[in-house]
Structures are given as C-alpha cells and as structure tokens.
Design a protein around this ligand. Structure first.
Ligand SMILES: *Cc1c(COP(=O)(O)O)cnc(C)c1O
Length: 284
C-alpha cells in the first residue's frame, strides 16, 4: 500500500492539511481501514469466517464486507430487524455490503442483547468476532502505522503540532493519541457527549495526555440530519474534498469554533454512506 497523500483545504480563511485516508479504497477506507489493519495482515488460512453486529448503514460493516471479499472469508452480520424500505434500498452501505457477499441475519429486538453476548461464547478457532464499529484492541497496530506515516509526512510541515479526527467509539482517536505523543490530537464526540466518550476510552486504557476532546456547542443526536451539518458538508465539498455527513461536520465545526492553530485533519472515510444520508436530507 502506498501511503495516503496530504491535501490542503482553506476554510474561513484558515488553511488546514488533510490526510487523505478516504482515497485508500472505495469501501475499505478511512479509519475502518486503519482499525482492520491487523486482520488485513492476517494470513487467509487463519480464519474462515468473520462475524460482527451493529447498524445496517454502518461504515464498519461495509469495510468488513470489503475485507472479507478480498480475503475469501465468509462474513456474517447481525442486526435488529430491518424495515422493508431499508431492505429494498439499492443505495448505501447495506446494499453495497450485500453485493460484496455479506450474509445478513436479523435478530428480534427482545433477543438482541443476549444473542450478541452469546456470539462471543460460541466462537471456534476459525471464526473472528469484530465488535460493533470495529472497536477492537487489534486496532492499535493500524493506528501505529498511521502515526508513523503522519510523522514522516509532517517533517515537511514543522509548523503543524496538532491533528484531528472525529470519534464514535473513540478507538481511533485514543490509539492515535497513544501512538503520536509529540502531537496534540483533537477529537469530538459524535455519538453521545464527552463524558460518554471518555468512559468508552477508559475501557482502552489511561487517557493519553495529548488527547483533547472538544465538546460541541450544541447537543446532536447521532445520524440525524442537521442543517448546519449539511452546510458544512457543502462548504467542504466546495473546497474540493467530500467528507461524510455523520462525523466530519461536527469535527470541523468544533475546530473552527474552538481552535486557532494550524491543524492536520485525518479524513476518516465514510463517504460511501453519503448517498443514502443525502436522500434523508432531501426528504426532510
Ligand atoms: C467509524 C467512523 C468514525 C468513528 O471512529 P471511532 O474509532 O469509532 O471513534 C469516524 N468517522 C467515520 C467516517 C467513521 O466511519
């Protein structure tokens, strides 16, 4: 793999660098590529099957489906029941993941928790379970590789002392901060608030000192359409780079409102989910 390049983008008169992890692959890109790095390096013979669970528009689901396709592994994905409309939609991550060979299994709401818990207890040696969102401790190695790339590329930009990437589970920001102690790592919670994010990160280890959580000024619910997120998406696209609609707008907003220094933004991918999200913006 060639290392992903850097681009420049100007927003509100400020110049930012962007690490183009979105360009790694159409489906297996961004932080999901980084988080699946260890599995991607695993010899094909080690597993026959990967299982995971979570939302049906998830970027992690699509990335795992793309990985399993290239590896020849079977991929079984568990979710709560889907609406007919979701099942029939021909766009978005779900449709793409099915086309890549994903086997989808629905679990009734009442049984969901117990069923997911039992997956872990019934694993054989040839089956690997990826937790929701790809929040595996194995993600650490992939983020060390990202940190090495950044270190090398930032040699040419000594004025940059900070990087930024948005958080869902916080796995990416946490391991990146740990692997890149000489840079400040900014993140913002996109699922829940800062307290919830810290709790998630504590499960991975002690909070790295260089990690700064920027709390959004307003409370947002994950994956809901917001006017200002759409406006930010359009503004970024107008400057030449497409970002996702769920995470990136909140991160960019926090950077513009709450920071002043020169920052490198790590594109976390997820652009493949925009088509279905844009449909929801049009409906509302
Ligand atoms: C999954 C995802 C995130 C969140 O990553 P975490 O490691 O769970 O914090 C951020 N941005 C995009 C585009 C994602 O798909």
């Amino acid at each position: 793999m060639k290392i992903s390049p850097l681009s420049k983008i100007t927003l509100d008169g400020r110049e930012f660098l962007v690490k183009r992890d979105d360009l790694i692959d159409p489906f297996l890109a961004g932080n999901k590529y980084r988080k699946l790095y260890t599995l991607l390096q695993t010899p094909i013979e080690k597993y026959t099957t990967i299982i995971s669970y979570g939302g049906t528009q998830s970027n992690a689901m699509l990335a795992i489906a793309a990985m399993c396709k290239t590896k020849g592994w079977k991929f079984i994905y568990y979710t709560k029941p889907l609406s007919t409309q979701q099942k029939e939609s021909s766009v978005g991550n779900y449709a793409n993941a099915l086309a890549l060979g994903m086997e989808h299994r629905e679990i009734e709401h009442a049984l969901y928790r117990d069923c997911i818990a039992s997956l872990r207890l019934n694993l054989d040696e040839a089956t690997f379970l990826v937790d929701q969102g790809g929040a595996v401790v194995e993600a650490q190695k992939g983020l060390e590789v990202l940190a090495d790339e950044l270190r090398e590329q930032l040699n040419a930009h000594p004025e940059i002392k900070a990087v930024a990437t948005p958080s869902g589970t916080g796995t990416t920001a946490f391991f990146l901060a740990q692997a890149l102690p000489e840079y400040r790592v900014y993140t913002t919670p996109c699922v829940g608030d800062a307290a919830y994010l810290k709790e998630q990160m504590h499960a991975l280890g002690d909070m790295p000192k260089n990690l700064s959580i920027l709390q959004p000024k307003k409370k947002y619910h994950f994956a809901k359409p917001y006017e200002e997120f759409y406006a930010m998406y359009e503004k970024l696209k107008g400057e030449g780079i497409e970002f996702d609609l769920l995470y990136a707008p909140a991160m960019w907003q926090a950077l513009l409102e709450q920071t002043e220094e020169k920052i490198l933004y790590i594109h976390s991918g997820g652009v493949s989910g925009n088509e279905s999200m844009l449909q929801r913006y049009k409906v509302n």
